[in-house]
Write a protein that binds this ligand. Sequence first.
Ligand code: BES
Ligand code: MN
Ligand code: ZN
Length: 486
Amino acid sequence: MQIQFIDTIPGDVRLHALVVNKGDLPAGLEPQVVDGAAAARFKGRTGQTFETFVTRDGGLRRVALAGAGDADAKDRLSALEKAGAAIAARYLTSGETVLALDLGSARLDAVQAAAVILGLRLRCWRHDVYRTRLAEEKRATLTTVNVVNAPAGTQAAWEVQSLIADGVEFTRKLVAEPANVVFPLSFVAACEEAFAGTGAELTVLDDDAMRKLGMGALLGVGQGSRQPSRLLAIRWNGGAKDEKPTVFVGKGVTFDTGGISLKPGPGMGDMKWDMGGAGAVAGAMLALVKRKAKANVVGVVGLVENMPDGNAMRPGDIVTTMSGQTVEVLNTDAEGRLVLCDALHWAQEQYDPAQIVDFATLTGAMIISLGHEYGGMFANDDGLADKLLAAGASSGDKLWRMPLAPAYDKLIDSPIADMKNIGPREGGSITAAQFLQRFVRKATPWAHCDIAGMVWADKPGATWDKGATGYGVRLIERFVAETLEK
Ligand code: BES
Ligand code: MN
Ligand code: ZN
């Protein structure tokens, strides 16, 4: 998608789109547009669209209106993203290749105008590379957006937003690719390519290095796979020299069969996106690095494949984690916490972080609790929790806080080791979070985001098509912007 800012619409561009606030059609439109919109009951509600054909300057023009709701709405930016996304959804496969997007209406400022473009670009992303026989009329045709009449400063605002979109798209691709394409080594290679020349510092630990460090839990998950495991750290020092880094940790299970505690067949293919936490962390780091964030941040991702095999962990096996704590692995399908506990411990030893936030498709129970609207967030620190909730609200990647408590923690005590890797069925997301908390220093503010319900969508949403959503990238980017760069 090429997005360019121009002064006047070239005469051969047929598709002209405008953003319209609720009940506030811009002046100067042809009577066909005004009367047609009224006849079609187009009011300018958020995401509503209308199109009609008119003759302008002697040529046939396809005029599209996209509703952005009330001009003074609290969630104005998200409504404007939805307006842009609605245009994308309607015209991406319409046969049109060029869109003239007129941002001179709806009384937009530069930031608001950039939000329209962001929504449009994000909604256009799709992963069609394997669809070699896709019917001609189902193929994306839109390649160019010519932005006209944009308010002063829009181009500069968009330049920053476009780097964030790069991060979201990087994540979506990692998440959408199948597990024979994205596995620990290729995930690392994709990051090495994406971050080359950016100034970010990448550290990669292989199986041997992790064995020397005693990461028995992470390696235990990977030992049933032909694919070697990796730990990848992406570091960006954009902040003050003496400022301790904020570390983001991601679960990167590139495929989760459940291991010997094998998952049922139906739906197992979904587990290619069990690396969605790692994907979000990598994409967010890419956005932050590209826009040269003024903050010290590190992304750490634990990359493994969870397979059943003669060499795989057995239910009942006891592993020793890097922290020295032992875990009785009663269910090899509760593998995410085993990956994260060693990644969390290593991150604390390595970086002495100011705070840690982890992202993981950790439990099916999280989807039962919150569905697909909010990620679940657990935190040992109210200040950090509140900042994450605020970043969630302003980015659109919404979070809802869940509890931690000693009574839940007790449920994972083991009679033979320091803990077991599962609790009872009830409160399954909470006991998973309690497990992680046992690997976090008491004095370090930490939050855990269980995003199992958020990384993949079965139907199109606000700014995404069905498939990989890129959830988490904008949340992390906003969190850094709002709390570390002030
Ligand atoms: N990756 C899954 C969680 C998951 C399930 C994410 C469905 C997205 C959709 C995780 O590794 C898992 O298998 N969790 C188990 C834990 C249980 C064995 C305690 C679960 O949720 O069933
Ligand atoms: Mn699992
Ligand atoms: Zn998993």
